[in-house]
Design a binder for this molecule. Structure first.
Ligand code: NAP
Length: 285
C-alpha cells in the first residue's frame, strides 16, 4: 500500500490565499502588517531564507524591512537595532535570523525582542505561555506541523503521538502543541533505549533529528501519520528528510515529503504570526 502524500506546498498556498484576502481588508482600515528581518553576516543558507521571507511579505502585501548587517556587527549595535524596531509602529514582527556569529549571544538578542513582536515564538515569555496553555505567538515550524496533521482530517485527540527530537525550536514545542490537541505524547531523543519499540506504537510520528533518511519502515506502525521535519543537505546537493520516504510510504498513512512538506509551512506560519501581531497591535484580534 502506498500512503497519501501531505502536500505542504498546497496547504501553504491555501493559507497564503486566505491571508492575502485578510490583508486586503485590513489595508482598507489603514492596517498594514509589517515584518523586519535582521541578518548578521553572509551565511548562504540564511541569505536564501531571508530572501524567501522578503518575497513572502511582498506577495502577501505586508510592509517589510530587511536589515543586512556585517558579520563583525557588535552585540550592542544589534541590540540597539532590536530596540529601535521594538518601538517602530510600522513593524509588528521582528525576526533575527539564526544562527548568529559566535561573538553574539543568541539568548540576549531573543530576550530583547518585544514579546508581542516575537513572531518566531522563541522569547521565553511566549515559550512559557505555550507551556501553560495561554495565548502566545507559536513557533513557526511546530505550528506548521500541527496544521499539516489537521489537514489529514485525522483526529489527534486520544492518539499516541511520538516525537523524535527534543530541541527547543522543534521537538519540545511540537510535543506541547500535540498535548494541547489532546494527544498522548512520548518524546524520544539520542539517549532513548529501544526507540523502534516506542515509535512502532505511534499513531502520529513526528521526526526532527537532523539525520538524513534515519527513520525507515521498521520504525513505523502501519497506517501511522508521519511528519518529517528534517532538512538535510546531501553530498550530491539534494535535500533529504530524516525519514526514508520511499520505504516508509509503503507502510505509513499520510506522510510529508521533503522537500514540499513541512518546509513551505514555516514561512507561511511566520506570515500568519505577523498578521496576528498586527491585528493585536490595532486591537483587532
Ligand atoms: P537539533 O537542535 O540538532 O536537535 C536534534 C534532536 O534530535 C536532539 O534532541 C537529539 O537528541 C535528537 N537526535 C539526534 N540524533 C538522534 C538519534 N539517532 N536518535 C534519536 N534522537 C536523535 O535539531 P533541530 O533544530 O530540532 O532540527 C532537526 C531537523 O529539522 C534538522 O534537519 C533541521 O534542519 C530541521 N528543521 C527544519 C525546519 C523546517 O522549516 N522544515 C525548521 C527547523 C529545523 P539529544 O537532545 O539527546 O541530543
Amino acid at each position: 500500500m502506498t500512503a497519501s502524500i501531505i502536500n505542504g506546498k498546497e496547504v501553504s498556498q491555501e493559507l497564503r490565499a486566505s491571508m492575502t484576502a485578510e490583508v486586503q481588508q485590513l489595508s482598507e482600515q489603514g492596517v498594514v502588517p509589517g515584518l523586519a528581518v535582521v541578518l548578521v553576516g553572509e551565511d548562504p543558507a540564511s541569505q536564501v531564507y531571508v530572501r524567501n521571507k522578503e518575497k513572502a511579505c511582498h506577495d502577501l502585501g505586508f510592509y517589510s524591512e530587511v536589515h543586512r548587517l556585517h558579520a563583525s556587527t557588535s552585540q550592542a549595535d544589534l541590540l540597539a537595532l532590536v530596540d529601535k524596531l521594538n518601538k517602530q509602529e510600522s513593524i509588528n514582527g521582528i525576526l533575527v535570523q539564526l544562527p548568529l556569529p559566535g561573538h553574539i549571544e543568541e539568548k540576549a538578542v531573543i530576550d530583547a525582542i518585544a514579546v508581542e513582536k516575537d513572531v518566531d515564538g522563541f522569547h521565553p515569555v511566549n515559550v512559557g505561555n505555550l507551556v501553560i496553555g495561554d495565548d502566545s505567538l507559536l513557533p513557526c515550524t511546530p505550528a506548521g506541523v500541527i496544521e499539516l496533521i489537521k489537514r489529514t482530517g485525522i483526529e489527534m485527540s486520544g492518539k499516541h503521538a511520538v516525537v523524535i527530537g527534543r530541541s527547543n525550536i522543534v521537538g519540545k514545542p511540537v510535543s506541547l502543541l500535540l498535548q494541547r490537541e489532546n494527544a498522548t505524547v512520548t518524546m524520544c531523543h539520542s539517549r532513548t533505549a529501544n526507540m523502534k519499540e516506542i515509535t512502532r506504537q505511534a499513531d502520529i510520528l513526528v521526526v526532527a533529528i537532523g539525520r538524513a533518511n534515519f527513520v525507515d519502515a521498521e520504525y513505523v506502525k502501519p497506517g501511522a501519520v508521519v511528519i518529517d521535519v528534517g532538512m538535510n543537505r546531501l553530498d550530491n546537493g539534494k535535500l533529504a528528510g530524516d525519514v526514508d520516504f520511499e520505504s516508509v510510504k509503503e507502510v505509513s498513512g499520510p506522510i510529508t515529503p521533503v522537500p514540499g512538506g513541512v518546509g513551505p509551512m514555516t514561512i507561511t506560519m511566520l506570515m500568519q504570526n505577523t498578521l496576528i501581531a498586527a491585528k493585536r497591535a490595532h486591537g483587532l484580534a
